[in-house]
Design a protein around this ligand. Sequence first.
Ligand SMILES: Nc1nc2c(ncn2[C@@H]2O[C@H](COP(=O)(O)OP(=O)(O)OP(=O)(O)O)[C@@H](O)[C@H]2O)c(=O)[nH]1
Ligand SMILES: [Mg+2]
Length: 297
Amino acid sequence: MVAVVGRTNAGKSTLVNRLVGEKVSIVSGMEQTTRNRIRAILTEPRGQLVFLDTPGAHKAENELGTLMNRMARGAGRDADALLVVFDGAAPVRMEDEGWMARAAFSDIPVLFALNKADAPRFDPARFREAWARIRAEKRPDAPEPAWHALSAETGQGCDALLGALFALANPCEALPFPEDIVSDFPRKLAIADIIREKLIARLFQEVPHQLGVRVERIDETPDGAWEIQATILVNRASQKGMVIGTKGRTLRAMRRAAEPEIAEAYGLSACKILPFVRVEPKWFRNHFILRELGYKE
Ligand SMILES: Nc1nc2c(ncn2[C@@H]2O[C@H](COP(=O)(O)OP(=O)(O)OP(=O)(O)O)[C@@H](O)[C@H]2O)c(=O)[nH]1
Ligand SMILES: [Mg+2]
């Protein structure tokens, strides 16, 4: 079990999808995309690796943010290895240093993934310097983590990382998960996330952060198609119009992107999303809703 941690936008979800070879976790250029802990399972002749994708650490602004940070911090608890992902093309941020400090005291093996090696500004030196400084400050005898420069986007360096992870894996009698599953994330939550991903890509400023998507029901038609009723929660009345778009364009674009992806993921003949946008002021402070969306146990 590998806990995948790091600051928001480092590319954790992109990397997890790349490592298991399928899209399990949604990705976007917006910060704080992932809001749950999502398990992604890789089964191959060498064995089984289970990755735990987590929300990126950030400065929390509300209850949702606090819950997300807690999920990230607790992720290492049941894991056998800690994979810290850094955006190697960006400057070292406070949250990166925070994970380095955590890594110095880790009692499980630590791997550092320097992601975005394909980007022109990729510069591993500043991360190595930051680590050397933090290690000297916090715990000079901390073991040196294995460093992996890689690109989750192109796949460069990812096989080497998998090799290192399999080399660390513990032998066990039986595989922890069935061979044919790639995630045990509940279906309704996974579909809600795909809808959210498509909306995030089409919305601006604070709107993506204040979106919540809840799949209410999935009806199967006799010909093997699904009808998905989804409620899209927004914080303010003005955001409702933006989510719908002029003459419903934004919702239509979301459906055009999400429906084929869901149909493909679940092997359906077709899929139809019936979206309903609802204004629910400060839903991200409402513990009942947070629980319904799977953000709170
Ligand atoms: N150039 C480049 N971009 C990448 C790479 N990996 C991820 N990205 C981009 O970085 C952005 C963030 O990726 P995510 O995978 O959503 O990042 P995350 O760490 O899961 O972010 P949170 O869920 O918010 O914590 C997206 O725009 C990705 O396309 C990479 O190897 N190279
Ligand atoms: Mg993510």
